[in-house]
Design a protein around this ligand. Sequence first.
Ligand SMILES: [Zn+2]
Length: 177
Amino acid sequence: MENIISNENVDILKVENAKKIIIDLQNELMSCLKDGCGPFLAAIYDSNNNLIAKCVNSVVKENCSNNHAEMNTIKLVQEKLKTYDLAPFNFKMYITAEPCMMCLGAIMWSGIKEIYYSVSSEDVEKITGFDEGFKPKWLEEFKKRGITVYGNIEADLGKNVLQEYVRLGNTIYKPSR
Ligand SMILES: [Zn+2]
C-alpha cells in the first residue's frame, strides 16, 4: 500500500476496488477539462458496486458556489430516490480529491457510509490555489458517526489532472476578499 490513509484498519479489497473506480474517474475528468469542466468529479456507488450517479463540479458553469461535485451527486441521488436519508442504502462515494469543508458537512448529513478520495486537500491547495477550508480532526469525527474514510488513492494521477487544469488556465474560483 502506498500512503493510503483511513479511519479504520486498511482493508486491501476496499482499496483495490476504489483504485479501479478512481482511475476511471480521474481519466474521465482529465478528458473533460478542455471543455471547462471540473476539476473535481464524484460518484456514488451502491454496496454491490453499481454506479448510482456521477457529477462533476459545476460552480463556474452554473454560477453557484454550492455546486461542488459531491454536492451535485448527493442532490441528484436524493432527488432520484426521493429521500433525504441515504443511510439505508449503504452507499459509497468516490471522489477525485479530498472533500472540502462544505462537502464534509453535506456528506455527513446525507447518510453516505463510506468515502474514498484521491488527492489530499493539502495538495489541491498547493497545486491549484483553491481554498479547501478548515477541517479539524475530520477523520475521527467521521469515524464517530460511522462513516468510513479512505484517502490518497491514486493520488499521483489526481495531481496530474489538477496540474493540467491549471496549465489550461481554467478558473480558480473563490470569493474576492
Ligand atoms: Zn466541496
